[in-house]
Design a protein around this ligand. Structure first.
Ligand SMILES: [Zn+2]
Length: 239
């Protein structure tokens, strides 16, 4: 996919552009080391601004998410090490890059919560303590909910374009719902029965259900690194 996509709409901001770029649906740097080398990494046409805005968001999110996934997991192999390298000052090429890496590292360290300061509510479903570590030895950190929502919406728009060639435009909208495994039960049954699964290596899996009478509407389950699950939908706003 070396050639540029040509003029048209940006999948994200829906504005018309003379020049667009290919942007990765799942960030290129997020594919774990266990990804088959010949796997096609989904790309979609976007404008330069959306591409760079999401690039920044994803860079920040990856450091956070990488610290919550199992460092020994097959679906997340190499992700933790990659995130650590991205905040390693000595690996920066040039003074500016080193300063940026240091700032990033300090920001991450400042956001850490330790032991009893860790809230018991608002833990992202599935990412809470799961290794039987006593509370006094636990470390947590806040991930802005809006960052996950934006990242999820980006994926939903990208997958819809990639699979149906459609832009998600008003009156349709994307909604993201962070829910725990119990509340997801009815959804899970629907995904099992009607969902189509798209596997992008062990690091990314998408299940999508499309109602036959409303082709743009859909429900999604997106699993990252075999652990991090996002549920989302595209629905039509009634006026
Ligand atoms: Zn755009």
């Amino acid at each position: 996919m070396a050639r540029k996509p040509g003029p048209g709409k940006c999948v994200h901001c829906l504005k018309q552009f003379g020049i667009r770029n290919w942007d990765h649906v799942f960030p290129r740097s997020w594919y774990p080391d266990s990804t088959p080398p010949n796997l096609e990494k989904w790309q979609i046409p976007t404008c330069k601004k959306c591409n760079s805005d999401y690039g920044k968001l994803e860079e920040e999110l990856l450091v956070m998410l990488a610290m919550t996934v199992d460092p020994g997991g097959h679906a997340s192999s190499g992700i933790y090490e990659r995130a650590l390298r991205s905040v390693n000052e000595s690996l920066g090429k040039g003074k500016r890059a080193r300063i940026a890496r240091r700032a990033k590292r300090e920001k991450v360290l400042r956001s850490f919560l330790f032991g009893n300061d860790i809230p018991t509510e608002g833990i992202y479903p599935g990412l809470g303590e799961r290794w039987n570590i006593p509370i006094s030895d636990q470390i947590a950190f806040p991930i802005p909910a809006d960052n996950i929502r934006r990242f999820c919406e980006k994926n939903v728009r990208g997958i819809t374009y990639r699979e149906s060639g459609q832009f998600v435009e008003p009156p349709h909208q994307v909604d993201f719902f962070p829910i725990n495994a119990q509340d997801a039960e009815p959804l899970e049954q629907m995904f099992d029965r009607h969902g189509r699964t798209y596997n992008r290596g062990p690091g990314f899996e998408v299940v999508r259900v499309v109602p036959y009478d409303e082709p743009l509407a859909a429900v999604f389950k997106i699993t990252l690194f075999g652990e991090f699950v996002m549920y989302a939908s595209i629905s039509r706003l009634e006026d």
